[in-house]
Design a protein. Structure first.
Length: 271
């Protein structure tokens, strides 16, 4: 299956980076081996561009990448190839549904992270992921028409699932509504899903989807995994993600991407 692979598209959090949000030396070396074999490598993430740039610098990714689950396709030199924003009516309607629910709200617009609070258990992690501090706002009205991504944050999984169902029931055809983590509910444009994202990245590389491999660990990776020729789930992925994968690698804290490159991709190239 992997003999025809020309491009590996990797998720970032829970996949390419470990629990400390670091790319391990083993992964850096594996990506170098992949490139030396003549294959392409790029990343797609729910992160904003600011959070992807340090990884692009570390891994020398000059090719197109996908931020906000593919809502923005861009290059390290600042070139923006595709930019989709959420329809303002969707943002307004979603906020009405959320109402006074006890969730933290994050808006990403113009590569800036706006938040309802700088407290909460996931703010520190997002600081690392986004490579920036939040701008605290009490009113998101001026941002409704500018949003690249809206994230609702809560450790109450039942509450977040309920909000997910309610927002999706009304706007599922007008936006991509998916949980990138059990505690994050992301709202992005229709094209801001990794299924569309991997297609745009393949086009940018001048190859077909039948020449792509994808690797990820969460629900927002499923659309991408379903479209790739070779779908690889992380060892830390839940069963719903494993079910759509062709192969399972080790966990992100056990160099899962490096293991996948060496075991499932480079073996096919050399075979």
């Amino acid at each position: 299956m992997s003999g025809a692979i020309k491009l590996l598209v990797s998720d970032v959090d829970g996949t390419l980076v470990d629990k400390e949000k670091k790319v391990t030396p083993a992964t850096v070396d594996a990506v170098k081996r992949l490139k030396a074999a003549g294959l392409g490598f790029t990343i797609i993430s729910a992160r904003p561009r600011s959070g992807m740039m340090p990884i692009a610098e570390l891994l020398g990714i000059d090719e197109p990448m996908g931020a906000f689950n593919g809502g923005i396709v861009f290059k390290r030199d600042g070139t923006v190839i595709e930019h989709h924003m959420i329809d303002v009516d969707v943002v307004r309607g979603a906020m009405e549904i959320v109402g006074d629910a006890p969730v933290d709200t994050w808006f990403f617009a113009g590569d800036v992270w706006y938040a309802s609070t700088d407290q909460g258990g996931h703010v520190g992690s997002e600081r690392k992921a986004s490579a920036q501090d939040p701008v605290i706002v009490s009113d998101f009205t001026d941002l409704l028409a500018k949003a690249d991504k809206v994230t609702l944050v809560s450790d109450d999984e039942e509450l977040l699932r309920d909000l997910h169902a309610k927002v999706a029931a009304k706007f599922d055809t007008q936006a991509t509504i998916v949980q990138s983590q059990t505690y994050y509910l992301d709202i992005t444009p229709v094209a801001g899903n990794k299924g569309s994202g991997i297609e745009e990245l393949a086009d940018a590389f001048g190859i077909s989807l039948t020449q792509t491999a994808a690797i990820g660990d969460q629900a927002n990776d499923i659309a991408m995994l379903k479209r790739a020729k070779l779908a690889i789930a992380m060892g830390n992925a839940p069963q719903t993600v494993r079910d759509v994968a062709h192969e399972i690698t080790s966990a992100n804290d056990a160099d899962g991407v490096a293991h996948a490159i060496d075991t499932f991709i480079l073996t096919g190239v050399s075979a």
